[in-house]
Design a protein around this ligand. Sequence first.
Ligand code: HEM
Length: 180
Amino acid sequence: MKGAVFTGLAEFVEKHYSLTDWLEAIDACELPSNGEFLATEIYDDDEFFQIAGALSKQLNTPAPDLYRAFGKYFFETLLSLTIKHVEHIDELFEFIRAVDSIIHTEVQKADPLAYTPTLLYDQPSDDALVVRYMSKRKMCHFAEGLILGAAEHFNQKVELCQNQCMLEGDEHCLIRIQKQ
Ligand code: HEM
């Protein structure tokens, strides 16, 4: 996984908790990187899952809540990397659709070693969008957080629910975004 995600997580923990919490979590893990991350490098996914697991335990926060909060926080950082490709978009669902067709495609072009999830879309009505999420990483709660960050960015109130989830043994996750 891209180092930028690790450095983003470190920043999130320092801002919302403390630097001590981050250092304690790093200490509790066995990391080939020793917990020193560069945004442009790629690190083993396992390092991310180890740190997230340690944080969840230490902060007494269920992992899905931690992933969601981090995703929401991290959205603006990710957006700033890609702004020129999507600056014409001013509506939430149009933006979410562009994540697979434009944003992650550009990420892949810029760095063939990057791995991004597959997102497919189904729109059952004007005010609902269902995102089908598939990834070897099963980070659907991070995806939910990014969606919540995007909703805030576009000033759109939403409610999310998952009717199917890879973490529950389903083949993919179905994240339903309902506009309020
Ligand atoms: C609502 C919006 C978005 C959603 C739902 C989304 C979804 C995700 C998820 C869930 C991951 C974690 C990896 C995985 O699941 O396998 C990810 C990774 C990533 N996304 Fe997105 N994303 C969004 C917006 C963006 C934006 C705006 C950018 C800007 C360039 C971006 C670039 C990336 C990058 C660089 C990674 C890491 C790839 C790697 O580690 O190799 N995403 N995305």
